[in-house]
Design a protein. Structure first.
Length: 358
C-alpha cells in the first residue's frame, strides 16, 4: 500500500504531520513517501506540480494531500499558481467523484450556526462530479457580443456540458454509496431551465432502475440550497454536478460547526484517490500550531476505507476522533467554554492515544 504524502503550503505541513502520525500508529505497513506540491513545489522545483511529484502520485494507491496556496503567489502567472497543482492531479488521475461527508458530531452540535435540533445527528454525504460541467466546457472565452441586448459590447462566455457516460459513472458511484448507507439518493439539478441538467436527470433516473433497493428523488438546486438549511436531515446521499456541488458542499460544511472538521475524497474508477481536508491552506494561522488537524485525520480514515480496503482501521480512527471530542479536547476553531484548548500537535497525540482505547 503506497501512499504519496503531499503536505503543500500554509497549515498543510502541520496538519498532514498529525495524520501521518495517526496512520503510523495503526501499524498497517503503509509505505509513505513525501513530495513538495503547490507553492512548496514552486519553491523547490519551479512548478506547483513538479514532474517527480506527479509521478509519485500516479504510482501511489492513494494521495494524502494537505492544502495549497498563499497570497504571496497571487502575482504569478495562472499556470504557476499553487492551485494548479490540485487541478493537475484531478486531471492526470481522472478523479471524477468527490465525496464530502457532512457529519455533525454530538459534542459539536452547539458549534453549528443552525439550531442544535436541526443538526444533531446530521450525517449526509454530498457527491460532486469533479471533471465536467461549466468549469471545463469548451468553447469559452471573451469576444465582442454578436447579438443580445448590447451587440458589440465586451462579452465573456462559458459552456455547460455533460456527456451521458460522465453522468452514468457518477450516478453509479452515488447509488453504490447509498446502498452502504440509508439507501436514499437525492439528485440535484436545474432540469427546468438547463438542457445539460435535463440529460443529467434522465440518465440518473435510468441508472437508478438498476438499484431498486435505493430510493431516488430529484430536487432543483435552488430548492436544495434552501432545504439544506431548513431541514438538512432529510438528505442522505446527494449527487450533483461540478458547480452545484461546489456551492452546496461548502454550504453543507457550515452545518457541522467548523471547516476544520471536514474531510474529503476524490476518486477515479480504479479506486485510486486523493484525500484532503475540505479547507484551504489557512495562511492566516499557518505556523502558529493552532490549526485543527481532524479534517485531515478523518481524510486519512476515508483513504483507508475507499482506496486501501481497510474498513476496520478507518472505523478505529473515526472512533478515536469521537473519543477525543468526548474528552473535551478542542482546537481553537471548535473551542467553547468548559472545554480544553489544545494545539495541533496535542490534538494529533490525543487521537493516537485514543486509538489504543477503541
Ligand atoms: P481557508 O479554508 O484556507 O481558510 C478559511 C478560514 O478557515 C480561515 O480563517 C482559516 O484560518 C480557517 N481554517 C481553515 N482550515 C482550518 C483548520 N484546519 N483549523 C482551523 N481553522 C481553519 O480558505 P481561504 O482563506 O479562502 O484560502 C486560503 C488559501 O487556501 C488560498 O490560497 C486558497 O486558494 C487556498 N485553498 C486551497 C484549497 C486546496 O488546497 N484544496 C481549497 C481552498 C482554498
Ligand atoms: Mg469550494
Amino acid at each position: 500500500m503506497k501512499i504519496a504524502v503531499l503536505p503543500g503550503d500554509g497549515i498543510g505541513p502541520e496538519i498532514v504531520a498529525e495524520a501521518v502520525k495517526v496512520l503510523e500508529a495503526l501499524n498497517l505497513g503503509l509505505e509513505m513517501q513525501t513530495a513538495p506540491v503547490g507553492g512548496a513545489g514552486y519553491e523547490a522545483e519551479g512548478h506547483p506540480l513538479p514532474p517527480a511529484t506527479l509521478k509519485l502520485a500516479q504510482e501511489a494507491d492513494a494521495i494524502l494531500f494537505g492544502a495549497v496556496g498563499d497570497w504571496k503567489y497571487d502575482t504569478l502567472d495562472r499556470p504557476l499558481r499553487p492551485e494548479q497543482a490540485i487541478l493537475g492531479l484531478r486531471k492526470a488521475l481522472g478523479l471524477f467523484a468527490n465525496f464530502r461527508p457532512a457529519i455533525c458530531y454530538k459534542e459539536l452540535t452547539h458549534a453549528s450556526s443552525l439550531k442544535p435540533e436541526l443538526v444533531a445527528g446530521l450525517d449526509i454525504l454530498i457527491i460532486r462530479e469533479l471533471t465536467g460541467d461549466i468549469y471545463f466546457g469548451q468553447p469559452r472565452g471573451r469576444r465582442s457580443a454578436p447579438d443580445g441586448h448590447f451587440p458589440g459590447a465586451e462579452e465573456a462566455f462559458d459552456t455547460m456540458r455533460y456527456t451521458r457516460p460522465e453522468i452514468e459513472r457518477i450516478a453509479h458511484v452515488a447509488f453504490q454509496a447509498a446502498q452502504k448507507r440509508s439507501k436514499r439518493v437525492t439528485s440535484v439539478d436545474k432540469a427546468n431551465v438547463l438542457e445539460t441538467f435535463q440529460l443529467w436527470k434522465d440518465v440518473v433516473t435510468e441508472v437508478g432502475k438498476q438499484y431498486p433497493d435505493v430510493a431516488l428523488d430529484h430536487m432543483y438546486v435552488d430548492n436544495a440550497a434552501m432545504q439544506l438549511v431548513k431541514e438538512p436531515k432529510r438528505f442522505d446521499v446527494v449527487v450533483t454536478g461540478n458547480m452545484f456541488g461546489d456551492i452546496l458542499s461548502d454550504e453543507a460544511s457550515m452545518l457541522t460547526g467548523s471547516i476544520g472538521m471536514l474531510p474529503s475524497a476524490s476518486l477515479n474508477d480504479r479506486k485510486q484517490g486523493l484525500y484532503e481536508p475540505s479547507h484551504g491552506s489557512a495562511p492566516d494561522i499557518a505556523g502558529k500550531g493552532i490549526a485543527n488537524p481532524l479534517a485531515t485525520i478523518l481524510s486519512a480514515a476515508m483513504m483507508l476505507r475507499f482506496s486501501l480496503n481497510q474498513e476496520a482501521a478507518a472505523q478505529r480512527i473515526e472512533a478515536a476522533v469521537q473519543k477525543v471530542l468526548a474528552k473535551g479536547l478542542r482546537t481553537a476553531d471548535i473551542y467553547s467554554e468548559g472545554t480544553t484548548k489544545v494545539s495541533t500537535r496535542e490534538m494529533g497525540d490525543a487521537v493516537v492515544r485514543a486509538l489504543a482505547e477503541v
